[in-house]
Design a protein around this ligand. Structure first.
Ligand code: MN
Ligand code: MN
Length: 319
């Protein structure tokens, strides 16, 4: 998952919450190890002609098999779709031949989330864009340390991508992570941004450069309908059926993002659909719109989650 900039944060957490005990750190590490293992399987799971729904379900099942839970629905971003598409129930979308596909997935262990993205491509013309995204991420990781200005990270990412002749997506960012909170208050920009703040030792961040073509707008815009939702509040639900669905959402996913298809484990499709309409209307759940590059140019992405140290950072999502 990525964050749209500027993002309105409902609550900024206190500093105390960002200092983790060893149990929390072990959970972060376990979550990251599951991701590291799955990153190696992505190229064999995603194939042209394969249904997106099958890919989402397969990756989410592997996460559970390895002892984690999906921190959010698997995002499948084909070509100009930058983020936040997951298969709706009964999805018929398949991976097009000659496409570039961003697979963005997250794992949580006891609410401790790690987040990653891999871009695969079926036309060699996309290789330089993917290389630029990977290289920008590596350079950002090399620069990340306690006290670093997040704007400086944005500059490193922009400069690296520029050297390849491409441009970053300026209104998508990485983000700080806290327990059961994927977007915990700080953004990691992909361009230099005024007043972006600093990273502190002990904090966890997802860094995620997005790369597009030099003649693109270099920004994303919302595309409806949303396919990913999250719990917002319980107040205002009148319908008993909707209330049951909302209770299940909070019990199973807490405040983490979920996909309507996940509700079908517990409710018939039509019940879930009716409840989701009602809950969205009452603002008890909120949708993340699909994010598409404004000029419909292709987008590549690379993402890792890091734990900030005093003089460096530790990548949690690799071996
Ligand atoms: Mn992310
Ligand atoms: Mn992500």
């Amino acid at each position: 998952m990525s964050e749209e900039y500027p993002f309105k944060h409902s609550k900024l957490r206190s500093m105390v919450d960002s200092v983790y005990d060893s149990e929390a750190l072990n959970s972060f590490r376990k979550s990251g190890q599951i991701i590291a293992k799955l990153r190696k399987e992505i190229a064999s799971i995603v194939k042209p002609g394969k249904p997106a729904l099958k890919i989402c379900v397969e990756i989410e099942s592997r996460i559970r098999e390895l002892g984690g839970k999906p921190a959010f629905p698997v995002n499948i971003g084909i070509n100009e779709i930058a983020a936040h598409y997951t298969s709706p129930p009964g999805d018929t979308l398949t991976i097009p031949s000659g496409s570039m596909v961003k697979v963005d997935f997250g794992v949580h262990v006891n609410g401790y989330v790690t987040d990653t993205a891999v871009t695969v491509f079926y036309d060699p013309k996309f290789e330089p864009m993917v290389k630029a995204a990977d290289d920008a991420l590596q350079n950002a990781i090399k620069t990340f340390r306690g006290g670093v200005k997040l704007s400086d990270i944005g500059r490193v990412i922009q400069t690296t991508i520029g050297k390849y002749g491409f441009r970053p997506i300026s209104n998508l960012t990485g983000h700080s992570i806290e327990r059961y909170s994927i977007h915990a208050g700080k953004s990691v920009p992909n361009v230099p941004v005024l007043a972006a703040g600093k990273a502190n030792e002990g904090e966890v961040f997802a860094i995620e450069p997005f790369v597009t073509l030099p003649d693109a707008a270099g920004s994303v815009t919302n595309m409806l309908p949303a396919q990913i939702y999250r719990y917002i509040k319980s107040k205002g639900v009148k319908n008993d059926e909707s209330k049951k669905v909302l209770d299940d959402i909070y019990a199973r996913f807490s405040t983490l993002p979920f996909a309507p298809r996940w509700l079908e484990d517990k409710f018939p499709r039509e019940t879930a659909k009716r409840a989701m309409l009602d809950l969205t209307h009452n603002k008890c759940v909120g949708g993340y719109p699909v994010l598409v590059e404004e000029t419909r140019r292709p987008v590549a992405q690379s993402e890792h989650t890091v734990l900030v140290g005093r003089d460096d950072c530790t990548v949690l999502t690799t071996d």
